[in-house]
Write a protein that binds this ligand. Sequence first.
Ligand code: ADP
Ligand code: MG
Length: 684
Amino acid sequence: MADLNSEVRYIKGIGEKRAKLLEKLGVQTLFDLIRHFPRAYEDRTVIKTVAETEPDETVCVKATVTGAPVFARSRRGLEFVKLRAADDTGTIDIIFFNRKYIKDQLKPGARYIFYGKVAGALSLKTMTNPVFEPEDKQSDVTGRIVPVYRLTSGISGRVFMNLMRRGLDMCGSGIPDILPDAVRAENKLAEAVFAYENIHFPADPNSLDFARRRLIFEELFVLACALGLRGGERRKASGIKLRRSDPDEFYASLPFSPTGAQMRAIKAAELDMCSGKLMNRMIQGDVGSGKTLAAAACIWLSYKNGLQSAFMAPTEVLAAQHFKTLLGFLSPFGVRACKLTGSMTAKQKKETKDAVASGEFDLVVGTHALLSEDAIFPSLGLVITDEQHRFGVGQRGALSGKGQNPHVLVMSATPIPRTLALVIYGDLDVSVLDEMPPGRKAVKTFTINEELRARLYGFVRKLVSQGRQVFAVCPAVEENEDAEIELRSAEEHARELKKEFPDLAVACVHGRMKPKDKDAVMAAFSSGEIDILVSTTVIEVGIDVPNAALMIIENAERFGLSQLHQLRGRVGRGDSESYCVLISDPESKEARKRLKIMCETSDGFKISEEDLRLRGPGDFFGSRQHGLPDMRIADLCSDVRILDLARTEAERTLKRDPCLTSAENSKLLQGINELFNIKGKTFN
Ligand code: ADP
Ligand code: MG
């Protein structure tokens, strides 16, 4: 049996040059090769007689070459080879462009199977550039289901297929089965050898289904086991046992009563932190559901126990805002808080860190700067990360690695569909804030095109004259080089608006600005000095300005639905009516459909499911921000049923063998290690 880790350049037919090309496809070892699954298939199983074929049909035809192929040149100068073929039912002309050599490959009197698209009327049928094989040799490219691979220039589909054939033959029956026998039997799954053979060269449609199902299950099962294993370790871990404190004392100081959902989340977190086990909880709630308050209550409890808390936000702007909000909730109790962000001078940072290290602060709110090694927390009881999906799993871990095993609370505004959440956050307990603070009105949402811009600006005037404020969001920062898609860059757009509204205060904030300048603009907007704030998506998450009444989004079709929903969540935070206007001239039906969803619903979960369906999970989270490995064959959106099965089975497996140390799970454990760390090098 061949070593699955052996490099592909040692396979016959693959030299240094092809090995380089294959590397571009992520294929270095034999195992990589056989796991380069087809992206699609062509069903070439149907063989018809000439008479049976229909125009525009792509199909196999078995026919005899009736005359010698002729080489000719068209009036436009195109070279082609033409021949006539026939069966008992009729004749068909076969034409090959730019393939002179074919003239000598097709022998008059011999029978071939041609696969291609049929054109022409009853009297004169033609097939252009078909693939073909002699009838007696048939089986490689006709009369079967043929794999279609993701390729790179320099390797054709046919060549790749041949390499794959050779690769699989080398493996023979030596592909190890990563699934424990019991799991495979229980779920009626194909064996590994069968699955690998039939995913590439399916014997028939049923075998392909059987193979696919097995490989998708395997991939999701390994993922679920990996996350479950990690979650299990976390759940077992002991944590600082806090003393309970009556939350009514905290609630009494608030300007409003907490919602039922907030109280339930706070209660759950309190139980966690007072249990002696480590808390690993996520609070998930749509924009505006009041996650910050829940966080504040946890910080309060930690403070009551004489412990420090650290709160990490993904941007400077958000850190500044959270600092202000949390201080508002907590300073009445004497909580001493400070800010620690990357934009502070080295001196400021050092002073702050020293003060934190000597216990002068109970709460530190900041950005990634909190993770720096010299940020030392002498009595850290709780770490909180906001907008968790923006941080990789690694960064989340880095903060909780501070201090002596602090409790962990993560907050997410991305309403992730449940099935996906169970996998991605399989290691967290989840509280959902499914209730909005009272008095919140749905944001009235409209899609308009350029023609209505003048009317929109009239509306802007009216709102500003009522003392309200306006957001205008653009997708790009710099002026776009691509003149065809006229993106309204933030800076340019701000200039235009200044011209349009010379008497109003218009300002601009974007990601290229220094954090300090950004903060200054945001602060001015918060305090009402600015009427219209033009921005890029830096304001996407978290910013809270209740007086903002209108969100205008330029080139709305360029944004994902979840992103639009987040943006829209920036308004409608006060009790008066607020609006969201999506400006777009979408060409595509798909884009129109997406924007329509925004106008019809304000339910974040519904929007995220649509978004996920339309874009897929990779895009949904931004590139790899979810911290999950890329899937080779499974699709986290559409393979939901198998995902459920795989997760249940993973739970059962881990229950029997919590660390996967038994012999029957050894290959599984290897697969898990490989998935997360040691790409491609550990398989034996
Ligand atoms: P998000 O979940 O998007 O982070 P925030 O925590 O920023 O939401 O809260 C949104 C707004 O709602 C804030 O202005 C906050 O003060 C307010 N708020 C939070 N909880 C309540 C409540 N129970 N009643 C009224 N207003 C609330
Ligand atoms: Mg928030």
